[in-house]
Structures are given as C-alpha cells and as structure tokens.
Design a protein around this ligand. Structure first.
Ligand code: CO
Ligand code: CO
Ligand code: CO
Length: 318
C-alpha cells in the first residue's frame, strides 16, 4: 500500500501511511469509526478454537487503537471438496462465541470457495477522536509494557509439523484466544502515549513501526521479554516460521542487538505472533497507575524497556 498515492481526506484521522493497526475515520467531534480486517489459514487443528483465535486476532486491531468494537463480518475461504460443512460451522461458532465475549454483534459475512481454508473478520468499532491510541506518539522517557508472552509462531509451526503435544496445543491456543480488551482498557485508563498489537511482524517489527512513527528509539531488555513456555525449545529444534526470517530481514537495518544475544534469541524476538498482546508506551509518571490497573484487570503485562530520544537505530536490544 506504500505505493498508493496519499489521500487527503480530512475525515481520515488514521490512514495507512503510519502502518497503524486500523483505519480511523471521523464521524463527528465525539465519535470516529475504527475499521480493520484480518484473515488467516488454520493455526490449530480444532476448528472451534481456530474460530475463536481468528476472531480475537481480528478484534485486536480495534483494541490497539483504543476503540470499542461493535460489529463484525465473517470472511471465509472454504475448500468444499476437502472439508465437510460441519467444520465451517464449528469455525463460525468459535468466532461468534469470541465476538459475544467481546460484546460484538456478528452481522453478516461472505464465503468464497478457495483451495485453502481461511477465516477472519472485518471489524467495525468506535473511538473518541480525542483518545485514539496510535503507534506514532511514543515519547522519550516512556515505559514499554507487553501484555502477552511471545513465541506463538514457532510453537504453532512445531504443532503443524506434528511434533507438538496436546498440552502444548491447549496452552498456546488459550493464550492466543485471550482478547486484548482488558489490556486496551488499561492503556486508555493510564493515557498511554502509544499502543500497538504484536502480530505478524513480531515484537521487533511492530516495535520498529512504533519507533519510526514516533521518531524515537526503543530500548528493550531481552531478559525482561516474556516468552511462552515451549517456545525456546521449539526454536532450538529449528521450528522457525518463514515469517521469522522475513521479519529479521525487515528489522535488521533498524536494530542493534547486544553482542551477548544468540541466533535463537534474535529469532524469537522476530517470531510472528497470532493474536499477540499489546505493546503499550506509558509516561513514566503513570507507572504506579499502570501497575495498579494491570493488577485490577488481571492483565499479566511485563515492563520490557523504555523509549529514548532518536539515535542511530530505531531499536536497541540490550
Ligand atoms: Co495490529
Ligand atoms: Co492486523
Ligand atoms: Co456475499
């Protein structure tokens, strides 16, 4: 989309030029629409769980903007000659149950026949134009919180290869299906300067977009970054998703890695996430507020680093 001409519509509050999570268009002084769409191929075997995870992932971009999702449309690519229709029914039931949990009405959708199964949602939400959370207003001095551990890419790659365990699948599925709603409410309550969700570009890819958009550098302490159980084992066994390698190339020019970091550690930082957590940039004077709010909301977020004035690189992994 970088190659498309820039639009100059004053109603567009967030467009695609800042690589943000969702588009925002103003309706009036109090209300703006937040719109996003996401779709992906199955990452777990259980169709009901796949539906839940995909819905949580699609809703996440609205939460990352500080919005409240209202409605969703299902989007499905379905190979009728490979799977029975009951499978589609289970996927949609999973999506609908997750939407219900989020207070979102599923009001329609569209299915095309496809060689490969795909499911996702187009989600519409609302946000107050004055309290939009973008990825481009992080400020030097801010503290960075990450609300979910990383490593879903390597674990699901291991599962897809048939080398995982049932426990591994249950564990990673449950984390991926958690909504970012409460994390978003915390970010709004503490007046975060910036926020984004960690998805396909991995922790470093999304952190880099935040740094670029905000014209700052981010310092991330590797030892603080929460990593899913199993993820370092599956990485060591070389279950590295194709996306990880692409992400490493994409972030490489913008990252300074401390010399003590090994290849597996660099891989995990670039591991593509499905339905990952929020990266929240909070003014330092709100540190006690965010700690209290996270605890009340039972969001297991971790302080992973801080925002610095812009230096040579956008990201410093120390
Ligand atoms: Co996003
Ligand atoms: Co997205
Ligand atoms: Co139609």
């Amino acid at each position: 989309m970088e190659k498309l001409p820039t639009q100059h519509d004053p109603r567009v509050l967030v467009g695609f030029n800042t690589a943000d999570d969702a588009g925002v268009i103003k309706l009036n002084d109090e209300i703006a629409l937040v719109q996003t769409v996401d779709i992906f191929t199955p990452i777990v075997d259980d169709p009901y769980m796949y539906g839940q995870i995909s819905a949580a992932n699609s809703l996440s971009d609205v939460y990352a903007m500080g919005g409240k999702p209202l409605s969703a449309l299902n989007i499905v690519g379905f190979p009728r000659d490979i799977f029975p229709m009951e499978i589609l029914g289970e996927i949609l039931r999973g999506g609908q149950d997750k939407a219900l949990e989020a207070g979102v009405a599923v009001i329609g959708g569209h299915t095309i026949s496809d060689d490969e199964l795909k499911y996702g949602m187009a989600v519409t939400g609302i946000v107050n134009p004055h309290s939009i959370l973008t990825n481009s207003h992080a400020k030097a001095g801010d503290l960075l919180y990450l609300t979910k551990p990383i490593g879903t890419g390597t674990i699901t790659t291991c599962l897809k290869a048939g080398k995982g365990s049932a426990d591994m699948e249950t564990y990673v599925s449950e984390i991926m299906s958690v909504l970012n709603r409460r994390a978003s409410e915390v970010a709004i309550a503490v007046e975060a300067n910036a926020c984004t969700d960690i998805t396909g570009f991995g922790l470093l890819g999304h952190a880099m977009e935040m740094a670029k958009g905000s014209k700052v550098s981010l310092e991330i302490e590797y030892n603080r970054v929460p990593i899913l159980d199993y993820a370092m084992e599956t990485t060591a066994k070389k279950f590295i998703p194709g996306g990880t390698k692409a992400n490493r190339l994409y972030t490489e020019p913008s990252v300074s890695y401390a010399s003590h970091l090994n290849e597996d550690q660099k891989f995990i930082l670039n591991d593509p996430q499905t339905s990952g957590g929020l990266l929240i940039s909070v003014p330092p004077e709100r540190q006690n507020d965010i700690k209290a709010a996270l605890q009340t909301a039972r969001v297991p977020a971790i302080l992973i680093g801080s925002v610095q004035p812009l230096k040579d690189k956008f990201l410093y992994i120390v």
